[in-house]
Design a protein around this ligand. Structure first.
Ligand code: GAP
Length: 510
């Protein structure tokens, strides 16, 4: 049985050491989480799979790692200083704060209709448009919210609402010893900008020709108004993003190709069922986007929600970060709406040799959340299986490539020194063979150890017993130097010669 709600996943993550609330012994820090011993392995495995697919297995990609501390002008000209804001509202009675559009989404259709009519919004079910209309007239909005009896989900009663207002999500931090209004930098809210501002560096240092892309994985920071749903919406997040640069005119086909490629990747490599994924075509586009399609995953409790966004950002980004924009032949939208850049020292252009012209490339951007990927992988893999004896075992059916531990070596008797020594020797041998993460565990009886490894998603358990030592009860020695290998998903057991063990393991964890 799959997890019917997120609480099951949260509880497994804490119990088995995947994910913990950050700074927990001091009461935690809202929207911030730590990855435990199993979590860090799972997360690294997901990132490794992504990097292999998007960088190593292609011939048109370069990897990069840019700084988290970001020059203020990067975020000025990217538009984040002005535009990276969510609407928020407070209830004076409950002291609860909400994302305003989410508050409207959670009202009855009648309440939304009353508000929409008061602000000339035709589609009252389009809660984002209703929120935008009210944000434009905050004072009138405050009265309208009261009159419409907008309910606070906290206590189910009409709230005493403040004016709704926009709240910028970018974190600022002081740089250097003097705290004045000028000595600050931003913590990046996305990994993307580091790739745009390094476009020329990568282009010239690698001699790339279009089309080519830059990939980056790493932390980003967003001061989310209401971080919630475990690691789904956090303030310190990790992203895996690609900026794929193409000649104008080649953008639409490249966009479609990335959508299909990544949809397939989530299914084939991460193991998400196709029916648990959906494509969402944005109808309301960001100012920079020509087309955006989200890949949604059906998270328990949340339903379908965003896992990855794939946008055609045209020449917006490279155009915005360039000097002398008027000379660049930018697309009409970018030329009209991008801020005049007074600080950049570069024109982020590409010399299109066959046509003997300088162009500002268009960008296609597949942008996924690592934490949301980890959460999707955990939700998909979680299974409660009722065994023949009525016992329920929790098993994480992760693809072996994602499993934090590939092989657990377990001694049948921990008080038998030869069995313990042989088990540790086998664990060392497996680990020495490369990056097959293996562990030795003798802290419980064999049944309990199997259950623990099932919950951790370990595909194989190797058990060393008396037969391995040639000390079988019936005096037979035919099983000497063999071990039992138990499979997580089927609980099927094979007897394998130690000399064949590595080959056997490699064949079963691919
Ligand atoms: N450069 C484009 C960009 O950052 P985005 O849709 O804001 O686009 C990309 O973010 C992905 O990052 C999302 O699809 C989501 O998976 C993840 N993400 C964004 N905000 C997040 C948050 N607060 N917590 C966890 N993941 C988040």
């Amino acid at each position: 049985m799959a997890a019917e709600n997120l609480d099951k996943i949260v509880s497994l993550c804490k119990r088995r050491g995947f994910i913990f609330p950050s700074s927990e012994i001091y009461g935690g820090l809202q929207g911030v989480f730590d990855y435990g011993p199993l979590g860090v392995e799972l997360k690294n495995n997901l990132k490794r799979l992504w990097w292999k697919h998007n960088v190593y297995e292609r011939d048109d990609m370069e990897g990069i790692e840019t700084a988290l501390l970001t020059n203020r002008y990067v975020l000025r000209y990217s538009g984040h200083e002005k535009g990276f804001a969510d609407p928020l509202i407070d209830n004076r009675t409950t002291k609860k704060r909400y994302r305003f559009d989410h508050l409207l989404r959670d009202q009855t259709p009648e309440v939304r209709l009353t508000l929409a009519q008061g602000f000339d919004v035709t589609d009252s079910e389009d809660y984002e448009s209703v929120a935008l209309a009210l944000l434009d007239e905050p004072t009138r909005a405050e009265a309208a919210l009261k009159a419409a009896k907008v309910i606070d989900p906290e206590d189910g009663k009409p709230g005493d609402w403040t004016e709704p207002r926009a709240f910028n999500l970018v974190f600022k931090t002081q740089v250097g010893p003097v705290a004045d209004s000028e000595s600050f930098a931003y913590l990046r809210p996305e990994t993307a900008q580091g790739m745009f501002v390094n476009f020329k560096n990568v282009l010239t240092s690698t001699n790339r020709k279009l089309p080519f892309g830059i990939a980056q994985q790493g932390k980003s920071f967003r001061n989310e108004i209401t971080p919630r749903n475990f690691i789904f919406r956090v303030r310190e997040l990790e992203q895996m993003e690609i900026e794929y640069f193409v000649l104008p005119g080649e953008d639409e086909a490249a966009h479609e190709a990335w959508i299909q490629d990544h949809l397939t990747w989530w299914v084939e490599k991460v193991g998400l069922k196709r029916e648990n994924l959906a494509l969402f075509e944005h109808t309301k586009l960001s100012h920079y986007s020509k087309r955006t399609v989200d890949i949604l995953y059906k998270y328990p409790t949340l339903g379908f929600d965003e896992l990855e966004g794939i946008a055609n950002r045209t020449d917006w980004d490279l155009g915005s970060h360039s000097k002398e924009q008027d000379s660049l032949g930018l697309s009409a939208n970018t030329a009209e709406k991008a801020m005049r850049n007074e600080h950049s020292t570069e024109k982020l252009t590409y010399f299109d040799q066959p046509n003997n012209r300088h162009v500002v490339p268009y960008v296609v951007e597949p942008a996924a959340g690592v934490d949301r990927g980890v959460l999707a992988a955990l939700c998909e893999a979680y299974d409660e299986e009722t065994l023949e004896n009525g016992e329920v075992r929790v098993v994480l059916r992760l693809p072996p490539a994602l499993a934090p531990i590939k092989v657990a070596v377990l001694p049948l008797a921990k008080n038998k020194p030869e069995i313990v020594a042989k088990s540790k020797e086998i664990k060392k041998m497996i680990q020495a063979s490369g990056d097959i993460r293996s562990v030795y565990d003798d802290t419980a009886g064999i049944g309990k150890l199997y259950r623990r490894q099932d919950e951790a998603g370990t595909p194989l358990c190797v058990t060393v017993d008396y037969d391995t030592l040639g000390q079988s009860r019936d005096g037979g020695t035919e099983l000497v130097d063999t071990v039992t290998v138990r499979h997580r998903d089927t609980m099927h057991q094979d007897r394998v010669a130690i000399s064949d063990l590595l080959t056997y393991i490699q064949a079963h964890i691919r």
